[in-house]
Design a protein around this ligand. Structure first.
Ligand code: SRM
Ligand code: SF4
Length: 607
């Protein structure tokens, strides 16, 4: 095939690039003024620097709970600034020492909690600007990195973290590590700013960007426009964040239809022979902007295993060169695909790859696991999956989860894996240690799997208040209480054993993946949520908007009639999401109206 046709700015002038594009360009490969600002004694970074900062794995935030109080009585203290630092953990795989280092950091420099994200990363919250460099150094000292955990680059590569020793699973985990390494930003800015003593110039020994193999010596952009510093990303990186996840057909624990690029393995005779490329997923939307929408990925092509990395690169380059750089709300790859149509997008990927791509293999997702509880690895050792409610590792009110994790990590040195449902797996456990292991958990008030309801086990909330600057409503702090109230309703209806996903977010950006859940609650206005129904655990179907702007205290009264309907009219084995999808919004609404009339007539709460 001939050389790919790249955009020609002379023939096709582009709209003015967004301010973020200008900031990236001016940053000289992500340096910006970060080094100078680190030494300026201020408690926060300037707005332009906070954009550059994201590529280094940090978000500048402020404590939203204290906003009003800090300005009360004419004190005008302004915002209580701090940083969220996200460590990028491909396939969620880390060691006990690495977990212990992050736990130390959350106590010494953060807010005392460590947060597992639903893309298998770890987040420190409330780190003060003066402590950021220390935090980044210490993260790198244990050979982890924050580089590219946020920003307009390929983010963490998600992959099923299950430690069971079957070959296809090990193959996809190896691919996740290789891809992550291959797609890292290469700018030495990270090392120069965070891992160098800014006064003496002394450098720390290890950093991911320079430890990763490089194809070329970093110099700069040469006369042909080839970029030696960032061969993949170039000076302005990608138009927007880019996400990749890898799944096995029988275990879609990563929600493979939701990222920009999903790789669905096609196993044959106990080996992965290739991958279906699913393109253009992502959930962010702005309800007032009708051009925006959440989307599941589309099935584009089948790619033999040996060619995967080259085709991934081609997909990223197409988005790099043709994605929208003037309007960030339309910059994710799904908008390019919606604009062009899948055939044109695929043809462009083929041009960049240099060869035609096959149609997708018939293989599709067919199962989903959360990997919780005890399991055999297949090598004589055990793993244990522990539910961490909304991913928050903390000690409070009789639950000493942080203490338990420390004790386990120190006593048994298990492998650690983070799951896409914000939970944690301990691996390589000697069966002889099983009882002692459980004793540590019990002694610290950590519940066993049998003590957690199905509703709680499969639920997920995003961070929301007090740290997320975009949140409109409560999320992580209110979902547990809502589930407390839901559990008796489910028990009364005989539905306590039902497996379904309940996911809550504080705004429509969809961080907890509410738009393909059985029940999605998305913060829409102060204390009001949109309710989505009809997705499912398998993650391959969009939910529909059932009701908008529902006050928080009306969510349960809105769901109860639907659950009652489900109880009476479901078919054998039908899940809640499948039922809602089959019935559709109008039928559910009619039932809810009848239910309300009947309840008013009899004075009963129904069910
Ligand atoms: Fe997210 C922005 C937290 C997974 C879609 N997300 C944010 C920020 C960084 C707010 C901001 O931009 O200032 C949140 C930080 C809150 C805090 O205080 O920690 C935030 N997102 C999270 C996490 C921590 C939620 C969680 O509880 O686990 C997840 C971190 C994942 C990671 O480790 O990388 C997280 N975010 C997601 C997902 C789920 C996924 O990818 O599987 C989505 C939906 C899929 C997608 O990408 O669209 C998601 N986050 C967004 C968006 C909407 C993007 C868009 O295309 O419009 C934003 C806003 C933005 O980027 O402008 C956002
Ligand atoms: Fe923040 Fe909204 Fe994401 Fe929740 S969904 S973490 S509120 S951006």
């Amino acid at each position: 095939m001939s050389e790919p046709t790249k955009p020609d700015p002379a023939a096709d002038p582009q709209p003015k690039p967004s301010a973020v594009e200008e900031a990236k360009l001016a940053s000289r490969y992500l340096r910006g003024d970060l080094a100078e600002e680190l030494l300026n004694g201020e408690d926060h970074f300037a707005p332009l620097s906070s954009l550059v900062l994201k590529h280094h794995g940090m978000y500048q935030q402020d404590d939203r709970d204290s906003r009003g109080a800090r300005d009360a009585d004419g004190r005008k203290l302004g915002k209580a600034y701090s940083l969220m630092i996200r460590t990028k953990i491909p396939a969620g795989m880390l060691t006990s020492d690495q977990l212990l280092a992050e736990l130390d950091l959350c106590e010494e420099l953060g807010n005392g909690t460590l947060r597992i994200t639903n893309r298998q990363d770890l987040q420190l919250h409330s780190v003060l600007k003066r402590d950021v460099q220390t935090a980044i150094r210490r993260i790198n000292e244990v050979k982890l990195t924050t580089l590219g955990a946020c920003g307009d680059v390929q983010r963490n590569v998600m992959c099923c973290p299950c430690p069971v020793q079957d070959k296809p699973r090990q193959e996809i985990q190896e691919l996740a590590l290789r891809l992550s390494n291959h797609l890292l930003p290469r700018s030495p800015a990270y090392r120069d700013i965070w891992l160098t003593d800014l006064e003496s110039g002394e450098r720390q020994a290890w950093d991911a960007a320079t430890a990763a193999p490089r194809e070329r010596v970093p110099e700069d952009v040469d006369s042909d426009g080839a970029d030696a510093i960032e061969p993949l990303y170039g000076r302005t990186y990608l138009p927007r964040k880019f996400k990749i996840a890898i799944a096995l057909p029988h275990d879609n624990c990563v929600d493979v239809y939701t990222p920009d690029l999903g790789l669905l393995a096609v196993p044959e005779n106990d080996t992965v022979v290739g991958y279906n490329f699913l393109v253009g997923g992502s959930f962010g939307m702005t309800p007032s902007n009708k051009k925006t929408f959440p989307a599941l990925a589309k099935r584009m092509a089948y790619v033999p295993a040996g060619e995967v990395i080259a085709v991934v690169e081609a997909v990223i380059k197409v988005q790099r060169d043709f994605g929208n750089r003037s309007d960030r709300s339309l910059a994710r790859m799904k908008y390019l695909i919606a604009d062009w149509g899948l055939p044109r997008f695929k043809a462009k990927v083929e041009e960049y790859y240099g060869r035609p791509l096959a149609d997708p293999h018939p293989t599709d997702v067919r199962g989903f696991e959360d990997h919780l509880g005890w399991g055999e690895q297949g090598d004589g050792r055990l793993y244990y999956g522990l539910n961490v409610e909304n991913g928050r590792i903390l000690d409070c009110d009789g639950l000493r989860l942080k203490t338990a994790l420390r004790e386990i990590a120190r006593a048994y040195r298990p492998g650690i894996r983070l799951t896409p449902l914000q939970s944690i797996l301990f691996t390589d456990i000697d069966p002889a240690d099983r009882i002692d292991f459980e004793v540590i958990l019990r002694r610290n008030g950590v519940k066993g799997l049998h003590e957690i309801s199905q509703a709680r086990r499969w639920s997920m909330a995003c961070v929301g208040l007090p740290t997320c600057p975009l949140t409109i409503t409560e999320s992580e702090r209110s979902l547990p209480g809502m589930i407390d109230d839901l559990e008796p309703v489910l028990a009364r209806l005989g539905l306590a054993g039902e497996r379904f996903t309940l996911r809550m977010t504080g705004c429509p950006n969809g961080c907890a993946r509410p738009y393909n859940a059985d029940v999605g609650l998305s913060g829409r206005a102060v204390d009001k949520y949109s309710i989505y129904l009809g997705g499912r655990l398998l993650g391959d179907r969009m939910a529909f908007l059932y009701q908008d702007l529902v006050p928080a205290d009306q969510i349960l009264p809105t769901l109860t009639p639907i659950l009652t309907y489900f109880k009476h009219a479901r078919t054998d084995g039908e899940s809640f999401g499948d039922f809602c999808d089959r019935m559709g919004k109008d039928s559910l609404n009619r039932w809810a109206t009848q239910f309300a009339q009947e309840s008013a007539r009899t004075g009963a709460a129904g069910g």
